[in-house]
Design a protein around this ligand. Structure first.
Ligand code: FES
Length: 261
């Protein structure tokens, strides 16, 4: 081989090597550009399967795009947890029928306990209110409580003046054919304490002049009604006045003694 031929051969070899190096470099840069996003996507979905299927560096860019994009999309969809899984179960696993039954049982138990507690509270409240109303708040012999006025045989005569009972705040009056009455000592006009006036044989209020009969009926004056009275009952032969049970007097206009004063 002549020197010229050797030089030509060397020049050709050098050119081929340069072309081969250029082609390889271009292929590498193309592969990096395409495969980078695919790998990042795969990382986001946390799928080992997809990472494994990422395109090898030796394949063409087009093939890499096709092979990496498909598994990435598939694995993203597969990795998305369902609402039930995310909200109800740790670890993102699918709830089994057993899990669902347990969950429903817990809700049922909670409602049962809540209803039980509410019912118990209502019963307790009712019992407390009943006790409050039924418990005697006044002792016997105190105003607001019961007064034992003695046996039937001990009541005053029906023509006797009213008997004052200061502790019970009532006048004790025996009325023919009706029995004893307990008349509240407070005037029905503005609350003054009226008096028994023996000379006139009637009750008279010193404040504004209202007048009432011995039995408590309205006669005249600004009072709007007859005198109020307490409940009288005969218990085992004994008269009992309940100063906690007051009956309002009838309206002044209905009094049979109105204007007779
Ligand atoms: Fe008795 Fe006025 S308070 S008449």
């Amino acid at each position: 081989m002549s020197d010229d031929e050797r030089a030509q051969r060397l020049a050709e070899l050098k050119r081929k090597m340069q072309e081969s190096a250029k082609a390889k470099k271009a292929q590498q840069s193309a592969t990096e550009t395409v495969s980078k996003p695919a790998v990042e996507k795969v990382k986001d979905t946390s799928s080992a399967e997809v990472t494994a299927s990422a395109a090898p560096a030796t394949e063409t860019p087009a093939a890499v795009v096709v092979e990496t994009a498909k598994p990435a999309a598939a694995s993203v969809a597969a990795a998305e947890p369902s609402p039930v899984t995310a909200s109800a179960f740790k670890g993102g696993r699918e709830p089994t029928p057993d899990d669902r039954a347990k969950s429903q049982m817990n809700r049922r138990e909670f409602l049962t306990y809540a209803w039980g507690a509410a019912l118990g509270l209502a019963v307790l409240q009712t019992a407390a209110v009943s006790f409050f109303f039924m418990y005697p708040r006044f002792k016997a012999g105190e105003f607001g409580g019961a007064f034992f006025m003695g046996p039937e045989t001990a009541v005053p005569p029906t023509d006797a003046p009213p008997q004052n009972e200061p502790d019970g705040k009532f006048w004790w009056v025996n009325v023919e054919e009706e029995g004893p009455h307990a008349i509240y000592v407070v005037c029905t006009h503005l609350g003054c304490l009226y008096k028994w006036v023996d000379e006139n044989y009637r009750f008279e209020c010193p404040c504004h002049g209202s007048k009432f009969t011995r039995e408590g009926f309205y006669i005249e004056g600004p009072a709007p009604r007859s005198l109020d009275q307490f409940e009288v009952t005969l218990v085992d032969g004994t008269y009992v006045v309940d100063t906690g049970a007051k009956t309002l007097g009838s309206p002044a206009d209905e009094s049979p003694f109105k204007g007779t004063g």
